[in-house]
Design a binder for this molecule. Structure first.
Ligand SMILES: NC(=O)c1ccc[n+]([C@@H]2O[C@H](COP(=O)([O-])OP(=O)(O)OC[C@H]3O[C@@H](n4cnc5c(N)ncnc54)[C@H](O)[C@@H]3O)[C@@H](O)[C@H]2O)c1
Length: 372
């Protein structure tokens, strides 16, 4: 198969769909890989690195789209990209179609077979192509929060780990999933006094085993949230109710009980945020102050560290990507996890949530593949 990787064109997107390491794997499987010139510039991989991995360098995105049977990207295609997609092509990337009627219309019109990273499943019912970005965001949350806690940045002026003879900072993490676990590892690693709150007792048991006493766990009730928020120097929001907006767990009223200069890092902001006072911010202006509490609410946190994020993403996408390249549509027909990833095929919507959100008729992936 001819596998193409265009340079990302979304504002401030520095990741790349294929790293040179991933290109080498596709080439080893006998595929031809076409990479747009400077596609890897944001992660420090130049055209020579791609050539050394066996890729052919295209001088334009148009050349990549025209020559490829399969397109591997990071972000959802932009308008100038979806008009270049064709019925005989597979698109493999993050799509997030449900809130995006325009893009959905574009992909339906193009007739392309679109597999969305965010809906590919695994045997545990998890979303393995989404998890690496949660790992990055969870780890970054503590770095970002620690910076915001510095006095010159508006924070309380407390060092997470303290020093011998001086108590460490107190960090509460609401939600002990992938983001929460990774945030806790970083915070505990820096020596902070860490508590994780979650609604799931089985998850709290798991976390208790993982940290073996180094991190405290607490069942998430209004009372527990209030006590932890009031006592903390940093509160990380990391809850997720799949498919739903994040619940507002810390209210504006509760903010007044928090320490002056405490920091909120609302990682769940991409789902609306779990603090009532959260609103999305960007990497160029990541924080703002409400009632003396510093809020960090960047909606695309992994974008700050594209080298780590691109490699983490490629690690997660490679297995299914190779399957798609090796077997084409047959791979989707035979693999239920790839079928869960199929969102659009030959003008039909094959994902229930997308169809319901946007008023399309849904067709089961198997039926869509057979019909075409
Ligand atoms: N801002 C960013 O750049 C960025 C990057 C990656 C992920 N995220 C977001 O971070 C959030 C967390 O993602 P994740 O991968 O860790 O999800 P996850 O499903 O692994 O974990 C979510 C956890 O929240 C818990 N939870 C649900 N309701 C709760 C409540 N009322 N109180 C306490 N805990 C509760 C669940 O039991 C679960 O353990 C999501 O909204 C995700 O979209 C944001």
């Amino acid at each position: 198969m001819r596998v193409g990787c265009p340079k990302e064109i979304k504002n401030h997107e520095y990741r790349v769909g294929l790293t040179p390491g991933a290109v080498r794997e596709y080439v080893a499987h006998g595929h031809e890989v076409i990479v747009e010139t400077r596609a890897g510039a944001g992660i420090g991989a130049d055209d020579n690195a791609y050539k050394a991995a066996g890729a052919k360098i295209a001088q334009s995105a148009e050349e990549v789209f025209t020559r490829s049977d399969m397109i591997v990207k990071v972000k959802e295609p932009q308008a100038s990209e979806w008009v270049q997609l064709r019925e005989d092509q597979i698109l493999y990337t993050y799509l997030h179609l449900a809130p995006d009627p325009e893009q959905t219309k574009g992909l339906v019109g193009a007739g392309v077979t679109a597999v969305a990273y965010e809906t590919v499943t695994d045997d545990n019912g998890a979303l393995p192509l989404l998890a690496p970005m949660s790992e990055v965001a969870g780890r970054l949350a503590i770095q970002a929060g620690a910076t915001a806690l510095q006095k010159a940045n508006g924070g309380r002026g407390i060092l997470l780990g303290g020093v011998p003879g001086v108590l460490p900072a107190k960090v509460s993490i609401i939600g002990g999933g992938v983001v929460g676990l990774n945030a806790a590892k970083m915070a505990a690693g820096l020596g902070a006094d860490v508590t994780i709150l979650d609604r799931s007792l089985p998850r709290l048991r798991q976390l208790d085993d993982i940290f073996a006493g180094r991190v405290r766990t607490r069942f998430s009730t209004i009372e527990a949230l209030e006590e932890e928020a009031f006592a903390s120097d940093m509160v990380v929001g990391a809850v997720l109710i799949p498919g739903a907006a994040a619940p507002k767990l810390v209210t504006r009223e509760m903010l007044s009980g928090m320490k002056a200069g405490a920091v909120i890092v609302d990682v769940a902001i991409d789902q609306g945020g779990c603090f009532e006072t959260s609103k999305p911010t960007t990497h160029s202006e990541p924080t703002y102050d409400v009632d003396g509490v510093i809020h960090y609410c960047v909606a695309n946190m992994p974008g700050a560290v594209p080298i780590t994020s691109a490699h983490a993403l490629n690690n997660a996408t490679l297995y299914h990507g190779l399957k798609l390249a090796d077997h084409g549509l047959k791979a989707i027909a035979e693999d239920r996890h790839l079928r869960a990833g199929l969102n659009v095929h030959r003008g039909r919507i094959t994902n229930r949530a997308v169809a319901e959100a946007l008023g399309y008729e849904m067709i089961e992936p198997q039926a869509a593949l057979k019909a075409a």
